[in-house]
Ligand binder design. Sequence first.
Ligand code: G6P
Length: 441
Amino acid sequence: MANSSIKIVTIGGGSSYTPEFVEGLINRYDEIPVRELWLVDVEEGKEKLEIVGNLARRMVDKANLPIDIHLTFNRQEALKDADFVTTQMRVGQLDARIKDERIPLKYGMIGQETNGAGGLFKALRTIPVMLDIANEITVLCPNAWLINFTNPAGMVTEAVLKNSPHKKVVGVCNVPINMKMTIAHLLEIPLDKLEIIFAGLNHMSYGLDVIIDGESRLDHVLTLLADPKKQPTMQNITPLPWETSFIRGLQLIPSPYHRYYYKTSTILHKQLTEFNKGITRAEVVKRLEEDLFNLYKNPDLNIKPPQLEKRGGAYYSDVACNLISSIYNDKGDIQTLNVENNGAISNLPNDTVVEVNCVVTKNGPTPLAVGSLPYTINGLVQQIKSFELVAIEAAVTGSYEQALLALCLNPLVTDDQTAKFILDDMLEAHRDYLPQFFNEK
Ligand code: G6P
């Protein structure tokens, strides 16, 4: 591929994150010669798409690069002959996320956009749309790589791999790169000197080992992580400190998202306190987005504003651009991605999607084997995988029973009857985006 210029299509192009992606492409233009960037969105997002698209054009002009930015609501027109398709859309927009976070809290369960009941409903709304996109790709640009950021990224990627003919799909997430950046900073070494062996599922993967110059430095890193101020976190997750003895006992590096599972009652208590004051992360993000779009409207702005780094997804463009570059340039470097397991984690099914280190060449990612997950984490990972498998089934079939079972399998939903109340409430609240559950028989 490396001798032609590239067409990239970004679905959900009107997202407030897009300027970060555009900046990533500008900074890597020598490696990734993009000829066309198509930003696609739905008509309800018209104003946002125009604001973001105009900023993207000003950024490209400032950089003096010949990248054509196209804005469209016509997905099929955009997809024609694309080389890479990135997906970052939010079905139902932020208002749906507010419901995902608020409704479970009403019933005394954690409200989070990718975990627990919120994560299930995001999957139920998103998977059918992603399958439509994948089917269109099969016809309009069958050689394109589909790079999926849309959450819940692991489940959405697995749903596409299992239910569409398009197999060139990779799920990406910014958590591993954020953890790597924090640990490289702790160790005072450049990022490219550090390798962390990640294994698990999206928002559920652990650092199994830390390698520098071929030597394991895990013990040293675990000692440093005893200091709560040094523990990796993300803008969207309350930085509650880990118990030092827990980290020492675990002998692995947990991800910031593991707080939902090992600190469930503390997080729930915090969330409920904020909920009673009328605040959820989704509502904070809604205000942040309004501020960002007001900044983006300024015709003199021609860079990504630093305020965007307040979003949890900061640095996502590094992940996307590194992946595109390694495929395009056949680099053979190592990146942490969501791909079909194929034996990389020996105690998970081969055809399931896992988050692991992969070698990336022009043929895409090949996962690196880590053997079986330690028994200390295997139970939780298996339970989340069961939840994911049933959730995907529910999203594809529209089965009420499977959706309820998915909730009951999730460790953040602790009672079957409450699960039913949540399910009924959320199905009704998201009715417009869940046609598979409401088709008349
Ligand atoms: C993290 C996750 C992303 C998620 C984001 C939410 O970065 O890895 O998957 O989209 O947080 O951040 P937000 O600012 O929207 O709460």
